[in-house]
Design a protein around this ligand. Structure first.
Ligand SMILES: [Fe+2]
Length: 540
């Protein structure tokens, strides 16, 4: 194991952040840049949901959790992937299907491995000396709904060995010469469009070392699961069918799409993704039964069988019996976590919940509330035991627009879901992923302006800046404080080596940064979306 030294970034962004450094190599359109350390980011105080003039004093830490999301850990050789769509990023017919490929994706195994190591040695809270109580995940931990991807993530998080790549040791992937395409970054090749246009470097050994087996100790603290669209839909969008399963475990892979019409391909892909994996030119690939798709029951089973604590990682036999991937978890006598399943098996990357989950959620909120709003009035609930409630889900509220749900489901609109949560003043926080963008947004209660909750989305591990969020909840004499701080995976800021797992993870972050310059998303958000102290009125 590589020793930590001065080259490693501090895991706390309040101590040290990362900024762009010198050019490593030149391209025709832009240079490929190194990263370098920068000063830490200050905490910003936000008072949108606080209206009390009393002096504030923190009395007690109620919990300290880490939120990690969207690893999108991929079987990079899978025949049920369509990396080629990136070549059509400017073609409106492919809208919603891009990206199908990221240059850093073969480095994600090392990145998740180093995430686990970072959390295991993470410093205690400076305010409370509290350790991390729990790690909350919010879905898209895998990329393509495959059971081999899931077994790799469970071994990295729970402890175990992962054998990559799939199928065979042959380098049958777009990041190597096998596909012969100029369109992908091939770090150990001489010539490709990323090198020529964007200055991506040749890095000998990077690809081969990234695909060596990895032995993970697993997280030393409890961690919870969550379902996401990439867990149950091919490429996070397309409906899984028996013909897709057959193709996924087969031995040929499309390198381009065949003839296509003039209209949008997004809905076609939802209905029948196999068209995209069977058309155009095919290449042989080593088959692997592990590429079978996991399904909701498979997600539940994978968490129930994963090593580590708590057993099932939030899922129980109740989930197995009812075929549903949502649960409530009481972290302690002060805090309840309610984890929703917003992924929709009938397709579309957008989220939704159905009527039965809506009714279940109402019950779980009542259990943790001694009072709540009914017909606009605050009513007592003698059986409710007050706990602060943290909602977790893959999709944030504004991404709950799924229009392809099963016809049997009753519509649960965003407005109905938001209204339900606001009926319960003990709901103070909603943590989600999916967008790969940092945002912290107040949502004031329509029933009483003193109440409401913050909606918090957090960046992915796959894309820049590959960070996570540390969340500590404090109770004060007259208020609550939620401290949110982004965390760095503590590997070298900029490695020149390719030997250790930390080196490979460092390269992941640098490649992800340079890739982020090619897409129009502002992943990191504004300062108010990252390191903040949220002030709220007390609820009970
Ligand atoms: Fe997602």
């Amino acid at each position: 194991m590589q020793a930590r030294d001065g080259d490693f970034i501090n895991p706390l962004t309040s101590k040290e952040s990362i900024e762009v450094g010198k050019a490593i190599s030149q391209g025709a359109l832009r240079d490929f840049r190194a990263l370098k350390p920068a000063a830490g980011e200050e905490m910003i105080h936000r008072y949108e949901l606080y209206n009390n003039d009393h002096a504030q004093h923190i009395l007690e830490s109620l919990c300290r959790v880490v939120h990690v999301t969207d690893f999108q850990l991929a079987d990079v050789k899978s025949p049920s992937r369509f990396e080629y769509v990136n070549q059509y990023a400017d073609d409106r017919r492919f809208s919603g299907l891009v990206p199908g490929y990221r240059p850093q994706e073969f480095l994600i195994y090392s990145m998740v491995h180093e995430l686990v190591r970072t959390l295991n040695r993470f410093p205690n809270s400076e305010l409370s000396d509290r350790e991390i109580d729990l790690v909350l995940t919010t879905g898209d931990l895998i990329d393509n709904a495959q059971s081999n991807e899931f077994s790799w993530v469970m071994a990295l998080l729970g402890g175990g060995t992962i054998e990559i790549p799939s199928g065979s040791d042959e380098m049958e992937l777009v990041s190597d010469q096998y596909f012969g395409s100029y369109a992908y970054w091939q770090p150990e090749g001489d010539k490709d469009s990323y090198k020529e246009r964007f200055g991506f470097p040749r890095v000998d050994g990077l690809l081969r070392n990234a695909l060596r087996p990895i032995v993970s100790d697993g997280l030393k603290m409890p961690w919870l699961g969550c379902n996401g669209n990439h867990e149950i839909l091919t490429q996070g969008v397309g409906r899984v069918s028996s013909s897709l399963q057959e193709l996924a475990v087969g031995q040929s892979k499309s390198v381009d799409i065949g003839a296509i019409g003039e209209g949008s391909l997004y809905e076609e892909f939802i209905e029948d993704p196999t068209l995209f994996y069977l058309s155009g030119v095919q290449r042989d690939i080593s088959p692997d039964e592990g590429r079978v798709h996991v399904g909701v029951d498979g997600v539940i089973a994978a968490y129930l069988n994963a090593p580590g604590l708590p057993k099932g990682h939030g899922f129980t036999d109740w989930n197995v019996e009812n075929h549903v991937a949502y649960f409530a978890y009481d972290l302690n006598d002060k805090v309840r976590i309610v984890t929703l399943d917003t992924a929709v098996p009938s397709g579309d990357e957008e989220g939704a919940i159905d009527e039965s989950q809506f009714l279940w959620l109402e019950e779980k909120l009542k259990e943790s509330s001694s009072r709540y709003f009914e017909d606009g009035k605050l009513v007592a609930n003698s059986v409710g035991i007050d706990r602060y409630i943290v909602i977790t889900s893959h999709h944030p509220l504004f991404k709950m627009n799924n229009s392809f749900r099963d016809a049997r489901d009753t519509e649960v609109t965003k407005e109905r879901l938001s209204d339900l949560l606001h009926r319960f003043p003990n709901v103070i926080l909603w943590l989600s992923g999916h967008t790969h963008v940092n945002r912290v947004m107040p949502s004031q209660s329509p029933y009483d302006p003193r109440f409401g909750f913050f909606e918090v989305t957090t960046v992915s591990i796959m894309d820049w800046p590959s960070q996570f969020r540390v969340v500590e909840l404090f109770s004060g004499d007259s208020h609550l404080e939620v401290h949110l701080e982004m965390g760095n995976i503590d590997v070298p800021v900029q490695s020149t080596e390719v030997e250790s797992s930390a080196d490979l993870a460092s390269w992941h972050r640098t490649v992800a940064y340079n890739t982020s310059l090619l897409v129009p998303k502002h992943f990191v958000g504004e300062h108010r979306d990252r390191n903040v102290v949220l002030h709220l009125n007390k609820r009970h």
